[in-house]
Design a protein around this ligand. Structure first.
Ligand code: NAD
Length: 290
């Protein structure tokens, strides 16, 4: 396929590289990042998108997505496909899909889970919102860039799934970290804590696959000085998106709200910015109840 790829940052660069390596003709554009191996450089987003069968975007937020979509959609032909893989607010995802539909372009929101490692290895999980027709055209590309794809429903459903997942992740990571800090103060050995919880009803991905305690459980950012991994700033972004969505539909999400407040304090007032989101453990270790 002829593919335009816009946003060649930490995630977009390896994703576009994998598409090119699979034999697709990929033309890429980024405001600052260089094009990866196998990808042809375009001078503008419009140039990257015009005349392609599929355009993929991997951008920082909904505002930038709306701006880029407004630039490129006029040059895209009816029947072509626009896949946004960024994590953005549900409203922006739906607004861009409506704008695309008005021009006959098949749009999908397809945010990912799996981080930079998953992007490089082609093992991302895609959660997709959009029509069946669009999904069937794009499915082979998801297979190149990922190992699991779920068609979640109509436009916005992919972003809805992503923010719900990450709201659970934020809350469980905090719960896991505060439990480790409590266990420390109770004099419980961390390895024993892991051995029990990872095989008991307190288990979760945060404990079992991404243990926040260094030297315990599988290799994780905790074993690398809490260098991300998945940065606290990005977790905060996703928690804010989940709260924005919850407000829009009047959903009561007290745990998600508290998780967003804790990551806000951690990133904006403490030393959490630029650290992995599991660095909540050393934060709790230093604190008492007040
Ligand atoms: P990044 O900041 O490394 O990359 C974004 C890129 O977009 C940058 O290179 C930037 O120059 C470019 N860009 C910004 N405005 C542009 C414009 N108008 N035209 C062209 N390019 C433009 O971010 P990332 O880590 O690659 O994340 C991208 C998206 O993926 C975000 O929405 C993020 O929330 C999501 N995400 C990231 C991860 C992760 O672990 N990094 C995991 C899952 C999802």
């Amino acid at each position: 396929m002829k593919i335009g790829f816009i946003g060649l940052g930490n995630m977009g660069a390896p994703m576009s590289k994998n598409l090119a390596a699979a034999g697709h003709e990929v033309v890429g554009f980024d405001l600052v990042a260089p094009v990866p191996e196998g990808v042809t450089k375009a001078a503008t987003a419009v140039e990257a998108a015009t005349g392609r069968d599929v355009v993929v975007t991997m951008l920082p937020n909904g505002q930038i997505l709306r701006k880029v979509a407004a630039e490129i959609l006029p040059g895209m032909k009816s029947g072509t496909v626009f896949i946004d893989c960024s994590t953005v607010d549900v409203e922006s995802a739906r607004a861009v899909a409506d704008e695309a539909a008005a021009k006959g372009v098949l749009a999908m929101d397809a945010p990912v889970s799996g981080g930079i490692g998953g992007a490089a290895a082609g093992t991302l999980t895609f959660m997709v919102g959009g029509s069946k027709e669009a999904f069937e055209i794009a499915a082979p590309l998801f297979e190149v860039m990922g190992q699991k794809t779920v068609h979640c429903g109509a436009s916005g459903a992919g972003q809805s799934a992503k923010i719900c997942n990450n709201m659970i992740l934020g809350a469980t990571m905090i719960a896991t970290c505060e439990a480790f800090a409590l266990a420390d103060k109770l004099g419980l050995d961390r390895q024993k804590m892991f051995d029990v919880v990872s095989t008991s009803s307190g288990y979760s991905w945060s404990m079992n696959a991404y243990c926040p305690a260094p030297g315990v459980g599988p290799q994780s950012p905790a074993d690398n000085g809490y260098k991300p991994g998945f940065a606290s700033d990005l977790m905060l972004k996703d928690l804010r998106l989940s709260q924005q969505a919850a407000e829009a539909v009047d959903a009561d999400t007290p745990m998600g709200k508290l998780a967003a407040e804790l990551y806000t304090t951690f990133v904006e007032k403490e030393d959490g910015k630029g650290t992995d989101f599991s660095a909540m453990l050393p934060r709790f270790e230093k604190r008492g109840r007040s």
